[in-house]
Design a protein around this ligand. Structure first.
Ligand SMILES: Nc1ncnc2c1ncn2[C@@H]1O[C@H](COP(=O)(O)OP(=O)(O)OP(=O)(O)O)[C@@H](O)[C@H]1O
Length: 276
């Protein structure tokens, strides 16, 4: 573990070993090793026979944790929430016993959900014991802030632990490429923080450096599916080579390119995102 991960690990493990209880928020942007830390915590506690409940706000995020479940499934959080909602866990059931015996609940991608989810779990637990914000359809900026975890009454009890080292970029970097990598990591952070360019009005134009731009499909397909024809029947090759694109039109363009160059690539996922 790096020093940030070690510090967070120790704070959480000490709180568990000392039976102090606690509510922690691990604050780290993508690649700083959040998942690595959760997996290490789970393994450390489970290896001593302690119960860890790994949950996540989405099905995809739950797959990243050992025995992960969605939070709605694990804690029976109602889908239609209001400020008085509680989880549908009945006293005396095996689920309530499991939750009571758990030493740690790890909630991956927590800020994605409305604060009413945590508050429902909090009420239920009282009875029996730089990420994506919640999606509010057609909601304004104020609506989203109002629904976010840090607007909850629980936030004042939260101990914030920070992860700052981008492990995804540094783990395989050679000593000489570390400087480039750290520049790239801080550029990514500036984009996330909205300070890569002037953004006083909430919008800004970010100029992408030439070296990270792929100009045409030839280059793109060659870059992602190098040695494609050799691996055409190798399913594990396609598990680790995918192209994410912003719109359906680009999916069609890339598929068309692949089809016409004699290659069938079915691993083309589309990703819609909005930059504001
Ligand atoms: N202490 C570490 N030692 C070695 N490798 C590490 C360490 N921490 C993280 N990594 C590696 O760095 C990469 C990114 O880590 P991880 O997936 O945990 O980040 P993350 O913050 O969860 O990212 P994201 O939010 O984008 O999923 C992974 O390949 C992971 O194995």
């Amino acid at each position: 573990m790096n020093k940030d991960q070690r510090k967070s690990f120790d704070v959480i493990i000490n709180a568990i070993n000392g039976n102090q209880g606690g509510f922690f928020f691990v604050y780290g942007y993508g690649g700083t090793g959040n998942t690595f830390l959760y997996n290490t915590l789970s393994a450390a506690l489970r290896s001593k026979g302690k119960i860890v409940l790994n949950v996540a706000s989405s099905g995809i995020a739950s797959l990243l944790l050992p025995n992960g479940r969605t939070v709605q499934l694990r804690f029976k959080i109602p889908l239609d929430l209001n400020e008085d909602s509680v989880c549908c866990i009945k006293q005396g059931t095996s689920l309530s016993k499991l939750v009571c015996r758990a030493k740690l609940i790890i909630w991956n991608e927590a800020p994605m959900l409305n604060k009413m989810c945590y508050e429902a779990l909090d009420r239920c637990l009282r009875d029996i014991v730089r990420q994506i914000l919640p999606v509010i359809p057609m909601g304004s900026r104020q609506d989203i802030i109002q629904a976010a975890i840090n607007s909850s009454y629980l936030w004042q009890h939260c101990n914030i632990l920070r992860l700052t080292i981008n492990m995804r970029l540094t783990v395989r970097a050679t000593y000489t490429s570390l400087i480039d990598v750290s520049h790239f990591a801080s550029w990514l952070l500036d984009i996330g923080d909205g300070i890569a360019r002037d953004s006083t009005d909430g919008e800004s134009i970010v100029v992408m450096p030439d070296e990270i731009i792929i100009q045409d499909f030839d280059q793109l397909v060659d870059f992602v599916y190098r040695k494609l024809l050799v691996n055409i029947n190798n399913t594990s090759f396609f598990k680790v080579h995918s192209i994410l694109v912003p719109t359906l039109e680009v999916v069609n363009d890339v598929n068309y390119y692949n089809a016409t160059c004699g290659c069938r690539c079915e691993n083309l996922f589309k990703l819609r995102y909005f930059v504001s």
